[in-house]
Design a protein around this ligand. Structure first.
Ligand code: GDP
Length: 364
C-alpha cells in the first residue's frame, strides 16, 4: 500500500490530525476494523463515490474501499539531523514513506506554545526542510565514502550511484532540495533507490482555526504561494474540526460541515490530494459478493495491476475483461455493458485507466 508520513514541528496539530484520521477510519471500517499496525501507524479508507455507485448497480454485498497508510512521525525539530529531539530514528521512518504530509501551524492561539515563539508557517516549513537537507547531506557523504573502493574497480552501478549522489550533493550544498535535480530517464530507477528525504513529494497541510476552515487565512495563503513555487501541493484543514467530526455519523457530519460552510470533510480532501500528488489511480472489481477499489500508479499495465490483488494474477495473467466506469454506470452494469459491446478483452500491453472495472483471467 501507499504510505504518507505526517511530519511537522511540535504543537502544530499532527497528533490531532492523526487521531482524527484513525478515528474516522475506525468508525467507517465495517470490513476492516481499524488496526494499529504499529504505534503511530494507521490505515484509512480512500473515499470514492464511484465505488458506492458501482456497488449499488451490482447489488454487491460488501463495499471495500482502497486503503492508505498514514504514519505520525513526531520528533522532528531543529537539530534533528544532529540527533536532537528524537533525531535519526525519525528520519529513518520518513525514508520509508512514499510522500510527506507536512503539517504547518496556521492558527493563532496564545494557549498553544509555538516552539520558536511566533506563528510563521513558511519559516516553519524551511526549518523542517533544512533538517531534511542536512540529513540527506550527511547520508550522501557517508555513502560516497563507502563507494570509493568500488569506484576504483570501475564498478558500473557504483559509478552511476556516485554520479547521482554527487548531483544531489551539489544541489543540497547550494541550499536546494534534491528534488530540484533533473534526472535522465535511464537514471530514474537508481535515483529512486537512493531514497533521499528531499526527493519525497510534499503535501503541505495548513492547519487553521475552525473559523478559517472554509476560507483559509493569510498564513495558509502564504503557504499556498510557497507550495506553488516549489511544485508541491497544499490543502487547508482544521485538525480540530476533523477531530470533532470523526465522532459523528454521516448525517450529523454533513450538517456540521454545512454549518461551517464546508462541502466535504478535510480528511477526504487530504487523502485525495495525496492521491494526486503520488499520481495514484483506482480501478474496481465488482460483483454480487463485493465491490472493491484497488490502487495503482498512473501508467500501470494490466498484469501489474492484477498483481496488486495477488502475485498469481500477475504471473499467470491471460487477459483483463475491461469496462470503463462511465459505460458501466450509463449502461447499468456488466451484463448490459457486455451486450452493448462495451466489455473489451485487453492483453498484457494494456495500460489500466482510472475507473476501469476489471475481471482478470489467469492461469493458476
Ligand atoms: P503535535 O505536537 O504537532 O502533534 O500537535 P497536537 O496535535 O498535539 O496539538 C498541539 C495543541 O494545539 C493541542 O493543544 C491542540 O488541541 C491544539 N490545536 C491543534 N489544532 C488546532 C487548531 O486548529 N486551532 C487551535 N486553536 N488549536 C489547535
Amino acid at each position: 500500500g501507499f504510505k504518507m508520513g505526517i511530519v511537522g514541528l511540535p504543537n502544530v496539530g499532527k497528533s490531532t490530525l492523526f487521531n482524527a484520521l484513525t478515528k474516522t477510519a475506525a468508525a467507517q471500517a465495517a470490513n476492516f476494523p481499524f488496526c494499529t499496525i504499529e504505534p503511530n501507524t494507521g490505515e484509512v479508507n480512500v473515499p470514492d463515490a464511484r465505488l458506492d455507485k458501482l456497488a449499488a448497480i451490482a447489488s454487491s454485498k460488501e463495499i471495500i474501499p482502497a486503503r492508505m497508510t498514514f504514519v505520525d512521525i513526531a520528533g522532528l525539530v531543529k537539530g534533528a539531523s544532529k540527533g536532537e529531539g528524537l533525531g535519526n530514528q525519525f528520519l529513518a521512518n520518513i525514508r520509508e514513506t512514499d510522500a510527506i504530509a507536512h503539517v504547518l501551524r496556521c492558527f493563532d492561539d496564545g494557549d498553544v506554545t509555538h516552539v520558536d515563539g511566533r506563528v510563521n508557517p513558511v519559516e516553519d516549513a524551511e526549518v523542517i526542510e533544512t533538517e531534511l537537507m542536512l540529513a540527506d547531506l550527511e547520508s550522501i557523504e557517508k555513502r560516497r565514502a563507502g563507494l570509493v573502493r568500488k569506484l576504483k574497480g570501475n564498478d558500473k552501478d557504483a559509478l552511476q550511484q556516485d554520479r547521482l549522489l554527487a548531483a544531489a550533493q551539489e544541489a543540497l550544498e547550494n541550499g536546494q532540495p534534491a528534488r530540484t535535480v533533473e534526472v535522465d530517464e535511464e537514471d530514474k530507477k537508481a535515483w529512486k533507490l537512493l531514497q533521499l528525504l528531499t526527493t519525497k513529494k510534499i503535501l503541505y497541510v495548513c492547519n487553521v482555526d475552525e473559523s478559517d476552515a472554509a476560507t483559509g487565512n493569510d498564513y495558509s495563503k502564504a503557504v499556498e504561494e510557497m507550495a506553488a513555487a516549489q511544485g508541491a501541493a497544499s490543502v487547508v484543514i482544521s485538525a480540530k474540526i476533523e477531530e470533532e467530526i470523526s465522532q459523528l455519523d454521516d448525517e450529523d457530519m454533513e450538517m456540521f460541515l454545512e454549518e461551517l460552510g464546508l462541502t466535504e470533510a478535510g480528511l477526504d480532501r487530504l487523502i485525495r490530494a495525496g492521491y494526486e500528488l503520488l499520481h495514484l489511480e483506482t480501478y474496481f472489481t465488482v460483483g454480487p459478493k463485493e465491490a472493491r477499489a484497488w490502487t495503482i500508479r498512473e501508467g500501470t499495465m494490466a498484469p501489474q495491476a492484477a498483481g496488486v490483488i495477488h502475485g498469481d494474477f500477475e504471473r499467470g495473467f491471460i487477459r483483463a475483461e475491461t469496462i470503463a466506469y462511465d459505460d458501466y454506470v450509463e449502461l447499468g452494469g456488466e451484463g448490459p455493458a457486455k451486450e452493448a459491446g462495451k466489455m473489451r478483452a485487453e492483453g498484457k500491453g494494456y495500460m489500466v485507466k482510472d475507473g476501469d472495472v476489471l475481471h482478470f483471467l489467469f492461469n493458476a
